[in-house]
Design a binder for this molecule. Structure first.
Ligand code: SF4
Ligand code: SF4
Length: 286
């Protein structure tokens, strides 16, 4: 039987809380250990060569792996970026192996076969790029603007992203290529982000009949409690979280709009009703 093709993955953590790592590492189908150790993708095997949260090594040894992968396999690895990228003062407010993260991301992206921006910070700037943003944090897409980089960029937003969104996207990339990922105008796979939360929300009937919760434990639609499901694209109501156990509205709290480019600045205050005119605010660039 032919052996599976090894696909190296380099996962850089830039300005991040590491919550995206924690979420994705909780993947249940497949479990992350199976994804990394077994051939769960026919003919492909993910070789996660660099991931600071879970790798055992440190220092020069792991930097050699990072730099060696680029040197030896140009065009043959996937780059995952978790977090936004500090750019003020040459990017000195975030370093990795004594190099500014911004330089690491740009260098590794130049030879990647694809770049996955994991989480809302990498996809759109997110929390770290929220005003006043003294470190000049930007999204992957914004960082790449005006640069001649061939690798396709896929955004998987979410604060944090659902593990299925990452695993499903990476599986499609490895098995079928980037062209098989149908992306929306914000670079998100439509398969996961093609519908509004509001379209599939089990409280939708309350919205339609005008029955609104006045406090979090009330029955009714959570629109007046600050729910942003009317403007947020994700499949959380159908997929649910923690292995399908529940999701935010199912547990009585409003959707915070975490998968949208406007999160968090334009979608705040989080627990206040979204003004109707907010739906007409031009989207900020990612
Ligand atoms: S709770 Fe939110 S998503 Fe659900 S119907 Fe109300 S506004 Fe829409
Ligand atoms: S329900 Fe809303 S806030 Fe919660 S994860 Fe989904 S998109 Fe983000």
């Amino acid at each position: 039987m032919p052996s599976a093709q090894e696909v190296p993955v380099l996962w850089l953590q830039t300005a991040t809380c590491s919550g995206c790592s924690v979420s994705v590492l909780n993947s249940s189908a497949p479990r992350i250990s199976d994804l990394l150790l077994q051939e769960v993708l026919p003919g492909r095997h993910v070789n996660l060569r660099f991931q600071a949260t879970i790798m055992a090594g440190s220092g020069e040894a792991v930097l050699d792996v990072l730099e060696g992968t680029q040197r030896e396999l140009p065009g043959g690895y996937v780059l995952v970026v978790e977090g936004s990228i500090p750019t003020t003062d040459g990017g000195i407010y975030g370093t990795l192996g004594e190099e500014p993260m911004v330089d690491r991301v740009l260098a590794l992206a130049a030879d990647a076969s694809a770049v996955v921006a994991l989480g809302t910070c990498a996809s759109f700037g997110g929390i770290f790029a929220a005003g006043p943003n003294p470190t000049g944090c930007v999204s992957v897409t914004r960082l790449f603007e005006g640069r001649d980089l061939a690798a396709p960029v896929v955004n998987i937003p979410g604060c944090p992203p659902h593990p299925d969104w990452f695993v499903g996207t990476v599986a499609t990339l490895l098995l079928l290529g980037a062209e098989a990922l149908e992306l929306d105008e914000f670079g998100r796979p439509r398969r996961f982000f093609g519908r509004l939360i509001h379209e599939n929300c089990p409280r939708r009937a309350y919205f339609d009949e005008g029955k609104f919760a006045k406090k979090l434990s009330d029955e009714g639609c959570l629109y007046e409690m600050g729910c942003k499901g009317t403007v947020t694209h994700a499949d959380c109501p159908l997929r649910r979280w923690n292995d399908g156990t529940n999701w935010v509205i199912g547990s009585g709290a409003p959707c915070n709009g975490c998968t949208e480019p406007e999160f968090p600045d334009l979608i705040s205050p989080m627990y206040e009703r979204l003004p109707e005119e907010a739906l007409l605010v031009p989207r900020k660039e990612s």
